[in-house]
Design a binder for this molecule. Structure first.
Ligand SMILES: Cc1ncc(C[n+]2csc(CCOP(=O)(O)OP(=O)(O)O)c2C)c(N)n1
Length: 331
């Protein structure tokens, strides 16, 4: 078993974040069925180890591009869950001022450069940001997360190629949750071993158990360090499973309940609990307190979202173009 190198506070913080994200997503599902959230809504229940394990490996200057299953990413990076929930509900107080919704969270202050709805569309943007970082001689790392379905998109291949040719500091992270909308990687991809695709661009790649927070965290930390030290790209595949549907509208006919149950037996939160209890870091009392605090946090976020106003229709065209020439990666 892997020795845990983090201090007690850090380990408890990982648990806190994973529980907060799980409860947040479950509440978002309720709000969706109650029609408080419109449009698309993709939850990452079951994938929390891939969120906290990867993002906790970044330094304070590093930046993140991610896809539409990103509520947890925003929360783990430090966005206020209330602003995230308000964005899901399309409210003015939301992270993207109610203009983006579930798939388009953006939080410059917390280094979240989006939230993108077009599968694979953000990979070239991440590479562009890395080019700016290299041009300025900075030591920052770009982490770019996407699903395995995105690895069949043209932009994925262009992005990996340019990252290698230009020697850019990007860690590509493929969160392989076994299904795109309703098809498996074996049905979609000539090369179902996702990490191998990076070899076509001579980018060192590896695969990790995405249900194991500590394994994801160890691999991410090591690869982030390598990217920072070498200025070269790396690729990580984290194998995981989404316990819920692709989006809130998904009858799930492409998989069996048995399969879902089997993966649920490896629930990443329960695995962390077991490990931290064995190591004497978490006890039932502390766990209860952490869980209650997370529940309260989600309730606060929900109240804030529901009580916040919708954007004023008189300002529909605001924010389409920036007037601030300094709104660049420098921030
Ligand atoms: C270019 C493009 N094609 C199709 C879609 C519709 N679509 C949305 S999510 C999705 C599945 C993507 O699966 P994956 O990348 O594995 O991520 P996951 O949703 O499984 O986390 C598809 C096909 C889209 N948003 N963009």
């Amino acid at each position: 078993m892997q020795t845990l190198t983090e201090n007690k506070e850090q380990l408890i913080e990982y648990y806190r974040q994973m529980v907060l994200i799980r409860l947040f997503e479950e509440r978002a599902a309720q709000l969706y069925t109650q029609a408080h959230i419109g449009g698309y809504c993709h939850l990452n229940v079951g994938e929390e180890a891939t969120v906290v394990g990867t993002l906790s490996a970044l330094g304070p200057e590093d930046i993140v591009f991610t896809y539409y299953r990103e509520h947890g990413h925003a929360i783990a990076l430090g966005s206020d869950p209330a602003a995230v929930m308000a964005e899901l509900c399309g409210k003015q107080t939301g992270l993207s001022k109610g203009r983006g919704g579930s798939m388009h969270l953006f939080d410059l202050e917390n280094r979240l450069y989006g939230g993108y709805g077009i599968v694979g569309g953000h990979l070239p943007l991440a590479v562009g940001a890395a080019l700016a970082i290299q041009y300025r001689n900075e030591k920052r790392v770009v982490m770019c997360l996407f699903g395995e379905g995105a690895t069949n998109i043209g932009a994925f291949h262009e992005a990996l190629n340019l990252a290698k040719v230009y020697h850019l500091p990007v860690l590509f992270v493929c969160v392989n949750n076994q299904y795109a909308m309703g098809s498996t990687i074996k049905e979609d991809s000539a090369v179902p071993e996702v990490w191998m695709k990076a070899c076509a661009y001579d980018i060192p790649a590896e695969r990790v158990d995405g249900m194991d927070l500590f394994a994801v965290r160890e691999a991410s930390e090591r690869l982030v360090r390598e990217v920072r030290e070498t200025g070269e790209p790396r690729f990580l595949e984290a194998d995981t499973y989404r316990f819920r549907g692709h989006s809130m509208a998904d009858a799930g006919r492409y998989r069996t309940q048995d399969e879902v149950r089997q993966w649920q037996e490896r629930d990443p939160i329960q695995t962390v609990v077991r490990r931290l209890e064995e190591d004497g870091i978490l006890d039932p009392d502390l766990r209860k307190r952490l869980d209650s605090a997370a529940e309260e946090e989600v309730e606060r976020a929900t109240r804030f979202a529901l009580e916040s106003p919708h954007p004023d229709t008189g300002h529909l065209s605001d924010y389409l173009y920036t007037e601030d020439e300094e709104t660049t990666i420098a921030n």
